[in-house]
Design a protein around this ligand. Structure first.
Ligand SMILES: NC(=O)c1ccc[n+]([C@@H]2O[C@H](COP(=O)([O-])OP(=O)(O)OC[C@H]3O[C@@H](n4cnc5c(N)ncnc54)[C@H](OP(=O)(O)O)[C@@H]3O)[C@@H](O)[C@H]2O)c1
Length: 214
């Protein structure tokens, strides 16, 4: 995020982290069994289907794992664009999972089902994230999940008590109003954090927190 606490520039477009920050993100993805994203992030950023540097893909294969983590998109109203690059077929890689609410519109669900495994994981409008994670553990063997945001899904995960650690980068830049408001964009009880690691490299601050006080 920027020093003024924003996670996207007002006009969208290119990221603002350094190469070192991107490498750390790739390493966190590589360590994860699955990466979870909110539908608005998929719509805004249209991340590519391959999200890892080649050496990290090779290392995963060498460990007998899939080259890429499984993608899970949370999209209660099924607003995730079916044409998103993340949903494009990727050879031997598993199809992404899109979690929608029980009352998600049938036409959008049908369009998403052509490119993803759609799971109806909840009630009206939103999905129960605790059930999503339980199912990912039981059906898909997911043990370690990286939630990449955006702010709405980050807040929902925190509010549901489903987050063990936060990885935060503060880039030496101000973005001003108009972009995404906050890395945690939703109601949340006051939550203490414990700093586990902190490092400053060329003006960029990297921190890892455990959720919960000492
Ligand atoms: N700097 C960074 O590291 C970073 C990382 C990620 C994203 N971003 C930025 O963040 C912005 C998007 O973030 P955002 O906060 O607006 O949205 P978001 O969290 O990416 O997505 C919100 C959407 O996710 C779905 N969702 C979230 N929680 C849900 C729940 N409990 N149940 C059902 N559906 C749920 C809903 O989809 P439906 O509408 O389908 O119901 C909701 O509209 C983009 O600008 C992106 O560039 C920045």
């Amino acid at each position: 995020m920027s020093v003024d606490g924003r996670i996207a520039p007002p006009a969208g477009g290119a990221g603002f982290g350094s190469r070192r920050d991107r490498r750390r993100l790739h390493e966190a993805r590589a360590a994860a069994d699955a990466v979870l994203l909110g539908a608005a992030t998929v719509a805004a950023d249209d991340p590519p289907g391959s999200v890892l540097a080649d050496d990290l893909r090779d290392a995963r294969r060498g460990e007998g794992r899939s080259a890429e983590p499984l993608f899970v998109i949370v999209s209660g109203r099924a607003s995730c664009p079916p044409a998103a690059r993340l949903l494009a077929p990727r050879g031997e890689e598993r199809r992404p999972i899109v979690c929608v609410a029980a009352d998600a519109p049938a036409d959008r669900v049908a369009a998403l089902s052509e490119r993803a495994e759609v799971r109806r994981s909840g009630g009206s409008g939103s999905v129960a994230l605790d059930r999503v994670l339980e199912e990912l553990a039981e059906r898909d063997g997911i043990r370690r999940l990286l939630c990449e945001g955006g702010g709405v899904v980050n807040a929902a995960m925190l509010a549901a008590g489903l987050v063990d650690e936060l990885l935060v980068t503060v880039a030496p830049v101000l973005l001003g109003a108009g972009g995404s408001a906050s890395p945690v964009d939703g109601a949340l009880p006051r939550t203490s954090l414990t700093l586990l690691e902190g490092e400053v490299v060329e003006g960029e601050v990297f921190a890892r927190y455990r959720v919960g006080g000492v």
